[in-house]
Design a protein around this ligand. Structure first.
Ligand code: BMA
Length: 765
């Protein structure tokens, strides 16, 4: 379906849209993606140096690397050498031809600009914009030159560097002080798993297209599982009068993909912007499910706006039918509602935290999204929390999550403000409201998105003003989806007693919250990944470059000291990955066994934005760490788990443990055969059933471990002849030391003062 007979000739700038663009897709639009760029002195406004080739979507640092002006900032300490970039402005230019017929309008749509920018067309200002996530629509028609090239320019303002005081604490405060004014990706100011690369760029796509007198600015879609669909059509028209909205709906990823509905609605256009609501019903809709409960069925709506008998604009969008209910966790304080029902079915959240997959957005590709989401699906993940220090990702990510049946929890771009508070002046509050609203608009039609959160780790009471404006944005734009003020906030837990407070598994097991939305441990990536990004002379002994790439050295040494390991890079890599795997496996299984006292686990963190030594389970090279392999089994919807004591075993020891069968599917498994091998020897076989959505103890296993084989426990579940679940425990890995009284006190203070957490009712008594 193209915008009929609309052709735009372009000189430099065109590339076809990817065939897989489900969101607000204008098939006839072309992307402007080839630009040139130049450095600009912010004071004098004069250009410095020469024009270079720039790519959109992209960022200035990536473009400078390509132009040979910067060494790649992911290598060694190089990101320091990119800091000067922030002290200049950057002018991007492209040219295009557009020959609209009479009554046609030409539009340029910027999907995301990082962060402060001014745009001009043929020398006339077309916008002056602040905010990374708001779209910028430009009606280019009045400024176009016929039969000539049109010159589009975007000048990006350098935001300046953070002052480096040389003291970690002072720098933390300065950094929070600076970034709390912006709704830009917070992580780009530097994080404990990301470099400081503030940068600037036209980070999301720029589209060029024509319409008739009326543009479809947006198509908001709401569904009920009964089949009712509400359409909110936002229009920008340059004339009054009657128009017709033609709707056609077809299955997107199932069935014969023939239209299931075609309908026309009268629309009374008003000059300027207007909103028109209409609705229709799809009988017996096929529902969208997370992959573990069913098929992620999607529909496509094709919308065509007819003005004066001619197509004025067309837009397509995918959407789904699904209903979400959040229920109170049994036995938890009033208001802790984290038991999820998807289309009436209860489902445990087997999740992870998602961070931007590239610190340099110019390097981000659809393939990277594909690989990461594919790995997530393989690891049985059914939800991602898109962390507030990161981004609203590009459309492709949400489209892919829809199609894969992976649910999403989207945060707004505010994170980790502990010492100061967010500003309360109207300028900032309205910026936050607009940017939150635009994030919602960009993703609200995706059935995979099930929750909004105001951001990561800030006191929601001290920051009530900013929270109120985010809530307002949700209420006005998408009131049916749940909004929480921040995470943690309503009974979810960021448990950093382990790692930041040097604790052990017992600190997880004593956590009284009901949703584990962050917990984790750093590990080293593979030696080959380290060799790729750290120069040979800095590789060993481990110098400061490791901290620069985010190693928490003293914490790492605490956790490594619990395991015998060689004092070599290989030894550190292996032991740290073993330790991380141990923690992720034992914690997630502990909580899954006790569903729905606990209703979900989202470990910190799935991926990483640059080559780091951090909490990720997939390294920057997209190589899974050992924890990823363990999570695959621990997150199997049909889980066989040993509820092991917090201790270690040696070859020859006696092992006694309860075995649990956890079934997150909504179907029953009958006559499953469960086998246990201790130290490689078959020590038990059981036959049992797994009821839908259940967790049950199936046996107590008592066995003596073989004296001369490593102490391991392997569990297998067979459905007839098919292996449907398995698990592996390295019983020799053990970290003995829980956090001490002082660290537990620190943890409490962080939760109360940092996150504004109320004490659970029980503790108050
Ligand atoms: C959490 C996150 C991040 C941080 C991580 C590890 O609380 O929300 O801010 O990177 O801890 O320290």
């Amino acid at each position: 379906m193209g915008r009929k007979a609309i052709l735009i000739g372009l000189v430099l700038a065109l590339a076809p849209l990817s065939a897989f663009a489900g969101h607000q897709e204008r098939k006839s639009a072309s992307e402007l993606n080839k630009f040139k760029f130049i450095q600009v002195d912010p004071k004098s406004g004069s250009e410095k140096g020469t024009w270079m080739e720039g790519k959109v979507p992209g960022d200035v640092i990536t473009d400078l690397v390509k132009a040979g002006k910067l060494a790649h900032p992911y290598y060694d300490f190089n990101s320091k050498d990119a800091l000067w970039v922030n002290n200049f402005n950057w002018r991007y230019q492209t040219e295009f031809r557009a020959e609209p017929d009479q009554d046609q309008r030409v539009w340029i749509l910027f999907h995301g600009i990082d962060y402060k920018s001014r745009g001009s067309l043929n020398g006339r200002e077309i916008f002056n914009h602040t905010g990374m996530f708001s779209r910028v629509f430009v009606d280019a028609t009045p400024l176009l030159k016929k039969g000539e090239e049109n010159q589009l320019e975007v000048q990006l303002e350098g935001l300046g560097n953070l002052i480096n005081s040389g003291s970690y604490t002072v720098d933390e405060i300065l950094e929070q002080w600076n970034r709390r004014h912006t709704t830009k990706t917070q992580m780009s100011y530097g994080w404990d798993f990301a470099p400081e690369l503030i940068g600037a760029g036209i980070w999301d796509k720029v589209e060029l297209f024509k319409t008739g007198p009326a543009l479809i600015e947006e198509l908001g879609i709401k569904t009920r599982n009964s089949g009712e669909v509400g359409i909110e059509l936002s229009v920008d028209s340059n004339q009054d009068g009657p128009a017709v909205l033609k709707i056609s709906v077809l299955p997107e990823n199932f069935g014969d993909q023939k239209p299931v509905l075609q309908q026309e609605f009268p629309v009374e256009l008003k000059r300027g912007k207007s909103i028109h609501n209409s609705g229709f019903t799809i009988y017996n809709p096929k529902l969208w499910w997370s992959w573990d409960l069913g098929d992620p069925n999607l529909y496509r709506v094709q919308a065509e706006l007819i003005v004066n008998g001619q197509t004025s604009d067309r837009l397509e969008e995918t959407f789904g039918f699904r209903e979400i209910v959040w229920e109170q966790n049994p036995g938890a304080p009033e208001g802790w509602k984290w038991v999820l029902r998807l289309n009436g079915k209860r489902i445990f959240l087997r999740g992870a935290n998602w961070v931007p997959p590239e610190a340099l957005f110019g390097q981000l590709t659809d393939e990277r999204y594909d690989k990461l989401l594919g790995l997530a699906r393989e690891a049985h993940i059914n939800i991602f929390r898109i962390w507030g220090g990161g981004n609203r990702e590009r459309d492709y990510f949400y489209d892919s999550a829809d199609r894969l049946g992976i649910m999403l929890w989207q945060e707004f771009p505010l994170a980790c403000i502990f010492i100061p508070t967010f500003p309360t002046d109207e300028k900032f509050l309205s910026l936050v409201e607009r940017e939150s609203g635009e994030i919602i608009r960009a993703i609200r039609n995706h059935p995979s998105v099930i929750l909004y959160s105001g951001g990561n780790e800030f006191d929601v009471k001290k920051n009530a003003a900013v929270v109120a404006r985010m809530r307002k944005a949700v209420q006005e734009t998408d009131p049916d989806r749940r909004f929480i003020a921040a995470s943690p906030a309503e009974g979810d837990s960021h448990n950093w007693a382990v790692w930041h407070r040097f604790g052990n598994l017992l600190d997880y097991y004593s956590d009284e919250h009901v949703l584990m939305s962050e917990f984790g441990l750093q590990s080293f990536p593979s030696v080959s990944a380290l060799e790729k990004y750290i120069s040979r002379k800095l590789l060993w002994p481990m110098g400061k470059v490791y901290e620069f790439h985010n190693l928490g050295r003293s914490k790492m040494m605490k956790y490594l000291s619990a395991l015998p390991h060689e004092d070599s890079l290989d030894g550190y890599v292996e032991a740290s990955q073993k330790m991380q795997a141990y923690y992720y496996q034992r914690s997630t299984e502990h909580w899954r066994i006790r569903k729905y006292r606990y209703s979900g686990t989202l470990f910190w963190q799935f991926n990483e934005p640059w080559p780091a030594i951090c909490w990720s389970v997939i390294d920057y090279e997209l190589v899974p760490k050992l924890a990823y392999e363990r999570i695959k089994d621990s997150y199997n919807p049909l889980l066989i788990a040993a509820d092991l004591a917090v201790r270690g075993w040696k070859p020859g020891d006696d092992l006694s443990t309860d075995l649990f069968l956890v079934n997150d599917y909504d179907r029953k498994f009958s006559n499953l055969k469960i086998q246990a091998f201790a130290g490689g020897k078959l020590v038990g076989t059981w036959l049992d059933n797994a009821e839908p959505d259940s967790s049950k103890k199936i046996a107590t296993l008592n066995a003596r471990l073989s004296p001369d084989i490593a102490a391991t426990l392997e569990l297998f579940v067979w459905d007839k002849d098919k292996l449907v679940s398995q698990n592996f425990y390295d019983l020799e890995v053990y970290d003995p030391k829980p956090s001490d009284a002082m660290m537990r006190a620190v943890d409490k203070v962080v939760n109360q003062v940092g996150f504004g957490e109320k004490q659970p009712e029980k503790e108050k008594d």
